[in-house]
Design a protein. Structure first.
Length: 247
C-alpha cells in the first residue's frame, strides 16, 4: 500500500453492460478488486471474457455502467471528459497488441506525442523522448520512420512512448501477442526492467501463461468474476476490506 494506506487502484462495485440487440449484455457486475502500488498484475481469461474492457475502464478510456474506480484518492469515474483526458496523459502509460504508431512519423516524433499533447515544447520533449528510446535500445533508430522498423522495434517504440510522460501506472493489452517467441521474450524482459526502474504499477492482459507467472499476482476473469489463481497472490495481500470483498 501507499503511505496513505490506500492501494494504487481500487475498483468498487464495477458493472459494465453493453446493448446487444434489444438486450443488455453484462460483461461483469458488482466487481471489487485492488491493485497494490508497485505490483505487477497479470489479467488472464478466455477471449471475450472482458479483460480488455476492464483495462479500458482502468485507463479512463471508457466508463463503468455502475461503480467507481479510484487511483489513490481520485475517483476517475467521476471526472469530466477533459479531466479524464488530463488524467490519462499524466498518470497512465498504454501499450497495445497493435502498437498504434504513426508510420509516417519518426520513432522520436511518436514518442514525443504524449508530451506535445501535454503542451510541452519540442525543445524540452525531444531529449526526454530520446532518453526513453535509449532505455529500450533504440536511440540509434530515433530518426527512422516507424513504418521502417520491425515489429519488435515498433513495440519497443510504443513502450518508450508509454513512459515518456513519466506515468505511475502502465497498462498493457497483449503486449507480445503479435510477436514471435524470441522477440516476445525480449519485450517481457524489457517490461520487467522498466517496471522496476520507473517504479511502476503494471497491469498486463495476456494469454501468455509463462509471462503471467512472472508477475506478482494473476487474476483470472471468468463469467464476470475475478479469481486469484492458487499460489500467485502476494502473501498477505490477496484480499482487503474497504467496505466490500476484494480480490
Amino acid at each position: 500500500m501507499d503511505s496513505d494506506g490506500l492501494p494504487a487502484i481500487r475498483g468498487i462495485g464495477l458493472t459494465k453492460t453493453f446493448k446487444s440487440g434489444g438486450d443488455d449484455l453484462i460483461v461483469f457486475s458488482d466487481m471489487n478488486f485492488v491493485v497494490e502500488r508497485g505490483e505487477r498484475l497479470a489479467l488472464i481469461g478466455e477471449s471475450g471474457a472482458g479483460k480488455s474492457t476492464l483495462l479500458y475502464l482502468l485507463g479512463g478510456l471508457d466508463r463503468p455502467s455502475k461503480g467507481k474506480i479510484y487511483f489513490h484518492h481520485t475517483d476517475i469515474s467521476g471526472l469530466s471528459e477533459n479531466g479524464l483526458a488530463g488524467f490519462r496523459n499524466q498518470e497512465i502509460g498504454f501499450v497495445w497488441q497493435n502498437h498504434s504508431l504513426l508510420p509516417e512519423f519518426t520513432a522520436l516524433e511518436n514518442v514525443m506525442m504524449p508530451l506535445l499533447i501535454r503542451g510541452i515544447k519540442i525543445a524540452e520533449a525531444s531529449p526526454v523522448s530520446l532518453a526513453r528510446l535509449d532505455e529500450v535500445g533504440l536511440g540509434n533508430r530515433a530518426s527512422h520512420r516507424a513504418g521502417e522498423l520491425s515489429g519488435g522495434e515498433q513495440q519497443r517504440v510504443a513502450l518508450a512512448r508509454a513512459l515518456a510522460g513519466n506515468p505511475s501506472v502502465l497498462l498493457a493489452d497483449e503486449p507480445t501477442g503479435n510477436l514471435d517467441f524470441r522477440t516476445g521474450e525480449m519485450i517481457i524482459s524489457l517490461l520487467d526492467e522498466l517496471h522496476r526502474s520507473h517504479q511502476l504499477t503494471s497491469i498486463f492482459v495476456t494469454h501468455n501463461i509463462s509471462f503471467a507467472r512472472r508477475c506478482d499476482r494473476i487474476l483470472q476473469l471468468e463469467k464476470g468474476s475475478l479469481t486469484a489463481l492458487p499460489g500467485t497472490a502476494i502473501s498477505g495481500e490477496a484480499s482487503f476490506d474497504y467496505g466490500g470483498n476484494y480480490v
